[in-house]
Design a protein around this ligand. Structure first.
Ligand code: AHR
Length: 503
């Protein structure tokens, strides 16, 4: 049988893990809000119209932060439309997704929902059609205690206490030709700097994310980061990265290696941030907000049909990817990549959370269930807190179109604050089980462990409302833990969490 060795030493630490790497995203897009988190009249809806079955799944998932309200949507959004009496809110055409936005759910409702779902808002401002003035007024509305026009309006609208929104995105994907009010790197860098200045003058405690390139394959990638950071470096705290993957050519070995692409993307953006910081003789170090990541490709054709049929309708069923087991394996590896880069990736948002390229699906009037990709995110969020460890792994490797030396066993480890240790591992091999031999002798007192495995014999298996537990982690027995040495078998094509603790 193939073997991989792993040496884990508690002295070799990468960084404290920012729990916000397990964040997610809700955009006013498709059925994310309307029919997703909000469906008045549904048997499980509460008095505010929020679906409690969805809230329960989100609480179990453990997402500390939720980006909102877009996405592409935000670049044409007037935030003032989303406050005040609901029956007087404007219905507007959303040019990002060719739908009608009714603003039934707005800022106050979303902040309330976050409290109910046990999460924090990460609020994106519009730097497409709006600018510095709207940027300062929304921070005043949301975070100022009172005694000014906008903060008093918030109080009049029912929220005496400020919302205290800590994390703000300065626009969305502003380099994209598809973006409403897209910008050149220089134009964006200028407006991001000026918006950042006034937002922090209103509330110096906030943190700001500047838009990096929409994705790694943008022709302007690299130059965009250099140019816009040259303008706004000292005024922002994070740079955003977005990346979606798909198994379009049905090539599993290649697909499962896509996390290497994500890691090289992260390393390149870190290098660019540090180059700009160095050039500016700055003492400040920027970190990364990977605030859109996931698999996204299953629903592309279906969306075209929806628009042909139903353009401008409300809550269109858009981007409703149905995820299979292979997608969950890639998602597992992408999470491992975040942990390996925990010193610089401080925020990451799986895009998105409900119905729209999401770990949670709902049926209007019906059930809510977890897709395959729910499980690795849920387990990483639960067991991957504390400190990311720098582990030495020696694994068999394979090669495919894009890379040589792809580890068959993709793995890392974290040390939880309670002293327990978690090992995360994806076996990318299609046929070979791998014996993992882990040397844990630097840890004393780890005497028992649980091994959870996500596997399905059918790589294309999915979860449905009728069969929601088709792909779900199960406990695996049969390994040995003896004197600081662990030996377990990692089945082919599987996501694994091994949690070790004192007796
Ligand atoms: O998450 C879906 C869309 O993908 C977002 O609106 C946009 O930012 C990205 O292109």
């Amino acid at each position: 049988m193939k073997t991989a060795t792993m040496t884990i030493d508690k002295a070799f630490q990468i960084s404290a893990i920012d729990p916000r790497i397990y964040g997610s995203f809700i955009e006013h897009l498709g059925r994310a809000v309307y029919g997703g988190i909000y469906e008045p009249g549904h048997p499980k809806a509460n008095a505010q119209g929020f679906r409690t079955d969805v809230i329960d799944l989100i609480k179990k998932l453990g997402v500390p932060v939720v980006r909102y309200p877009g996405g592409n949507f935000v670049s044409g959004f007037d935030w003032e439309d989303s406050i005040g009496p609901r029956d007087q809110r404007r219905h507007r055409l959303d040019l990002a997704w060719f739908t009608t936005e009714t603003n039934e759910v707005g800022l106050h409702e979303f902040v309330d929902w976050c409290k109910q779902a046990g999460t924090e808002p990460m609020y994106a401002i519009n730097l497409g059609t709006r600018g510095v003035d709207a940027a300062r007024s929304i921070v005043e509305y949301a975070n100022h205690k009172g005694g000014s026009y906008w903060s008093d309006l918030r109080i009049k609208n029912g929220a005496k206490e400020p919302f205290g929104i800590k994390l703000w995105c300065l626009g969305n994907e502003m380099d994209g030709p598809w973006q409403i009010g897209g910008k050149t790197a220089y134009e964006y860098g200028r407006i991001a700097k000026e918006a950042a200045k006034v937002m922090k003058w209103v509330d110096p405690s906030i943190e700001l994310v500047a838009c990096g390139s929409s994705h790694l394959d943008m022709p302007t990638f690299g130059d965009w980061e250099l140019t816009m950071l040259n303008e706004c470096y000292e005024h922002v705290d994070y740079v955003s990265l977005h990346r979606y993957y798909g198994n379009r050519d049905n090539n599993l070995p290649k697909y499962l290696a896509r996390s290497l692409d994500m890691e090289s993307f992260i390393h390149t953006v870190v290098a660019i941030c540090d180059a700009v910081g160095g050039k500016k003789h700055s003492k400040k170090r920027l970190n990364l907000s990977f605030d859109e990541w996931n698999v996204w490709y299953h629903s592309n054709e279906q969306d075209q049909e929806v628009w042909k049929r139903d353009k401008w309708n409300r809550a269109l069923p858009l981007l409703e990817d149905i995820y299979n087991f292979e997608d969950a394996l890639l998602v597992g590896s992408l999470l491992i990549s975040f942990l390996r880069n925990a010193d610089r990736v401080k925020i990451a948002c799986m895009a998105q959370l409900v119905n729209v390229i999401a770990p949670i699906m709902t049926r209007n009037g019906g059930g809510a269930w977890a897709q395959t990709i729910y499980w690795p995110l849920m387990q990483a969020s639960k067991y991957g807190r504390g400190t990311a460890l720098r582990v030495m792994v020696d694994s068999p490797v394979y090669a495919c179109a894009d890379y040589d030396n792809i580890p068959e066993l993709d793995s890392t480890a974290t040390l939880q604050d309670d002293g327990s240790l978690s090992i995360f591992a994806v076996n990318r091999s299609q046929k070979d089980p791998i014996t993992l031999k882990a040397d844990l002798r630097s840890f004393s007192g780890l005497e028992k462990y649980e091994h959870s495995v996500l596997h399905h014999d059918d790589i294309k298996a999915v979860n449905t409302e009728e069969n929601p537990d088709n792909v779900k982690p199960v406990a695996l027995k049969g390994g040995v833990l003896d004197n600081g040495r662990l030996e377990v078998v990692i089945p082919p094509l599987s996501w694994n969490v091994i949690h070790l603790k004192a007796d």
